[in-house]
Write a protein that binds this ligand. Structure first.
Ligand SMILES: [Zn+2]
Length: 152
């Protein structure tokens, strides 16, 4: 699986952001809906290997793992960003984290600890020292984060 995320993490003025959905998101109906419409890599990878016509007897978990939410294209096994979409993000249900790699929304945020190099922590907005950081649409965030969000 090649993931082509273009150059977004190397653009000095705009970084990707990371948010934990258990602490940073206020709208779980939105999250579940976006997750169900996203590209679920466990299913994609199973379908690429499996020769069964329908997968009723296949041993594949219905638990999501890594889901590409929002604006993505899956073309010949490669994921491409859809920059026309409101946002593009990677949901990891094992860690409860969402990486926002592109968005029409941003907030000023500080660098993450080393676990997400060159990405910023959306739960630490900082109007004075934060860097412009892609984030999720404001209406899904907890109230204390919403007022930091501006259109890109
Ligand atoms: Zn199958």
């Amino acid at each position: 699986m090649n993931i082509l995320m273009e150059e977004q993490f190397s653009i000095a003025t705009m970084a990707g952001g990371v948010i934990c959905y258990t602490t940073g998101i206020d709208n779980y109906d939105w999250l579940l809906n976006e997750e169900s419409q996203g590209i679920d890599m466990r299913i994609v990878e199973h379908d690429a290997k499996c020769t069964e016509r329908d997968h009723a007897d296949c041993d594949y978990s219905l638990w999501h793992d890594t889901v590409y939410m929002g604006g993505w294209y899956l073309i010949n096994g490669e994921l491409l960003l859809n920059r026309a979409a409101e946002y593009s993000a990677i949901l990891d249900t094992s860690t409860a984290e969402i990486q926002v790699v592109h968005s029409h929304w941003m907030m000023p945020a500080r660098r993450c600890s080393p676990c997400f190099p060159h990405q910023n922590n959306l739960e630490e907005p900082d109007s004075e020292y934060g860097m412009p950081t892609y984030c999720l649409p404001p209406h899904v965030l907890i109230p204390s984060l919403r007022h930091f969000v501006t259109p890109c």
